[in-house]
Write a protein that binds this ligand. Structure first.
Ligand SMILES: CC(C)(COP(=O)(O)OP(=O)(O)OC[C@H]1O[C@@H](n2cnc3c(N)ncnc32)[C@H](O)[C@@H]1OP(=O)(O)O)[C@@H](O)C(=O)NCCC(=O)NCCS
Length: 198
């Protein structure tokens, strides 16, 4: 059974790092329309439509691109696979839905719920009881406090902090370094300390 990594750019290569760190010994292929036919880090790149069996993990940060690839590969009969770096921590009673990516040094605390294809990047943290909806992303070094809620496709930029129990609406983005003290509306961009919606 083949493990396909969808996206052979920077994040795709970081997802490959996770597979290597896990000692993945199955055949690994990248799927990427733009780089098909090339070899990236010694791994062959095929077009997504050429993937015909096995599992996949999406290594694309943009939620729309991530969703599109996940839907294409699922429609082709592949199963989404969650990858957790061996140097990440995932607490007890936390549920990771299919296709999540947890990079090295990340800490997802206990009793959290992560939807399909959520990504928590390196050294980011997610507090207890947080709920991260499908395709949301926590970028490097960001801190999402306990019992926070991230809507679908929401993003929390590098080194930003979302105070406990706050929500970031669907499709909203918290800029790098921001401190979210009030809920962020769906689709909004919030930057600064304290974070203000633009
Ligand atoms: C918030 C963000 C999405 C805005 O992107 P954008 O719409 O392209 O914004 P621009 O770069 O055009 O900047 C627009 C204004 O917002 C300001 N701004 C941008 N990002 C900001 C941030 N994180 N905090 C404070 N101000 C910010 C800019 O200085 C600029 O101000 P000005 O009009 O007074 O000059 C982006 O800057 C950001 O923070 N992205 C997160 C990056 C990240 O975490 N990447 C992970 C890397 S692995």
């Amino acid at each position: 059974m083949t493990l396909h990594i969808a996206g052979a750019g920077g994040l795709g290569r970081e997802v490959l790092d996770v597979a290597v760190a896990l000692g993945e010994d199955r055949r690994v292929l990248f799927c990427d329309d733009a780089l098909a036919g090339q070899t990236v880090r010694g791994v062959r790149v095929i077009r997504p439509e050429e993937a015909d069996e096995g599992e996949f993990t999406v290594g694309v940060a943009d939620p729309a691109g991530r969703r599109s690839l996940a839907e294409r590969l699922t429609a082709q009969g592949l199963r989404p696979r969650t990858l957790v770096h061996p140097q990440a921590i995932v607490g007890p009673d936390t549920v990771l839905a299919a296709g999540c990516v947890i990079l090295g040094g990340a800490h997802v605390s206990s009793s959290c719920l992560l939807g399909v294809h959520v990504q928590v990047h390196y050294t980011a943290s997610v507090g207890h009881d947080a709920v991260l909806d499908a395709y949301s992303t926590v970028y490097p070094g960001a801190n999402v406090g306990g019992a926070c809620q991230l809507g679908a496709d929401a993003g929390v930029g590098a080194n930003a902090t979302v105070l406990q129990q706050r929500s970031v609406g669907a499709g909203a983005f918290v800029g790098a370094g921001a401190v979210v003290t009030r809920d962020v509306a769906a689709g909004a961009v919030a930057v600064g300390v304290p974070a203000r919606q633009r």
